[in-house]
Design a protein around this ligand. Structure first.
Ligand code: PLP
Length: 356
């Protein structure tokens, strides 16, 4: 019996829109992770103590570090918070690029740190490592450098050669918080994970990771920090014991997902395909976009974001919020290839009617 092509089955509605607003993974969790989470429900009257060790050991092996170099948090958001708080002193500054993920500055603000934003190019939102170094050099107290690689919302990478050269040649009172939420989607060989710096003994790097993106587990809230054992022990004083913050289904699903490499390959391939469909559409429209390395694309729009958002919402597509000061730009998450074909059709229709 013939099955209908997936695109024909996709019928977004106001109640069930295409959600391209939070950089989630539209595929859903690995089937093995879904089974593990479901099977854990009858046992969820218990704390997940007994199962955390296995997850910790799988994650530690993946990053080639000892188990004590991994600290779990309920999503990497809490790892950002705890890493900043654990190093907040009255004379510490946070150094960030002007256009990046907001949580570093959010928590620095909560804990009264000075925030130094390094300006970005108005053309492509790139920033210079040399300017970040200067921002650290200008400050007499300690600095926390929060770098998202690849960056959100721009989706672009910082060259690992440049970043590592700086880390290896930095002041002792400079801490690098490197957030690699989207690293598994990267194609550019100029990027490599900072985990090998920690494996090689770097004491001033905290690498933050999440199960929310490539593993498609945003709703189960599992993230972690990787770092030097003593540094991480210090950070651990600023979070609840990890066996108390993670849920039983979250631990079991993450453990299953770590053991499902085929899902991660599928997840990346699907994302590459979705990106190709979307960027071909942007080319057709003549809209400029940055060379994306994640599950979202940062692109120019032909009318104000609010109007574009509303027109897309009318057609049952939810897209990203504003990222000041990047007026005239939009962050669109990548859904499944079928969803991106739908988006392509919507954009063509709007173009033909002069709406965009
Ligand atoms: N870091 C970055 C760069 C993100 O974009 C996000 C979420 O979108 C997070 C961290 C937080 O993710 P979670 O708390 O789900 O791990």
């Amino acid at each position: 019996k013939e099955t209908a092509p997936a695109a024909a089955v996709l019928k977004p509605s106001a109640k069930s829109p295409v959600r391209l607003n939070y950089n989630e993974n539209a595929l859903g969790m690995a089937p093995s992770a879904q089974r593990a989470a479901a099977a854990s429900i009858p046992h969820s009257n218990r704390y997940p103590f007994a199962h955390l060790g296995k997850l910790q050991s799988l994650v530690a092996t993946h990053h080639k570090v000892p188990s004590e170099s991994i600290l779990f948090t309920p999503g990497s958001s809490d790892a950002i918070r705890a890493s900043v708080l654990a190093h907040a002193t009255p004379d510490t500054q946070l150094v960030i690029p002007e256009l990046t993920y907001g949580d570093g500055a959010l928590y620095a603000g909560f804990y009264d740190l000075a925030i130094r934003k390094v300006p970005s190019s108005r053309e492509d939102w790139s920033f210079k490592i040399s300017d970040m170094k200067q921002a650290v050099a200008d400050h007499s107290g300690p600095s926390i450098v929060y770098l998202v690689n690849p960056n959100n919302p721009t989706s672009t990478i910082i060259s690992s050669d440049e970043l590592e050269a700086w880390v290896n040649d930095s002041r002792d009172d400079t801490l690098f918080i490197i957030d690699e939420a989207y690293a598994e989607f990267v194609n550019d060989p100029a990027f490599r994970s900072a985990d090998h710096l920690i494996a090689g003994g770097a004491k001033n790097v905290l690498l933050l990771k999440t199960f929310s993106k490539i593993h498609a587990m945003a709703g189960l809230r599992v993230g972690y920090a990787v770092g030097d054992v003593d540094r991480l022990e210090h950070v651990s004083h600023y979070v609840e014991d990890d066996a108390m913050t993670l849920s039983y289904p979250g631990v079991m699903a993450a453990t299953a997902s770590m053991q499902s490499p085929e899902f991660l390959v599928h997840s990346k391939q699907s994302n590459d395909e979705a990106r190709a469909i979307f960027t071909a559409t942007l080319d057709e429209l003549g809209w400029e976009y940055l060379p994306g390395q994640t599950n979202f694309v940062f692109h120019r729009i032909s009318r104000p974001l609010k109007e574009f958002q509303a027109a897309m919402k009318e057609r049952h597509v939810l897209i990203g919020r504003a990222f000041p000061p990047a007026d005239g730009w939009c962050r669109m998450s990548l859904g499944t290839p079928e969803e991106m074909h739908y988006v392509a059709a919507v954009l063509r229709e709007m173009k033909s009617k002069g709406i965009v």
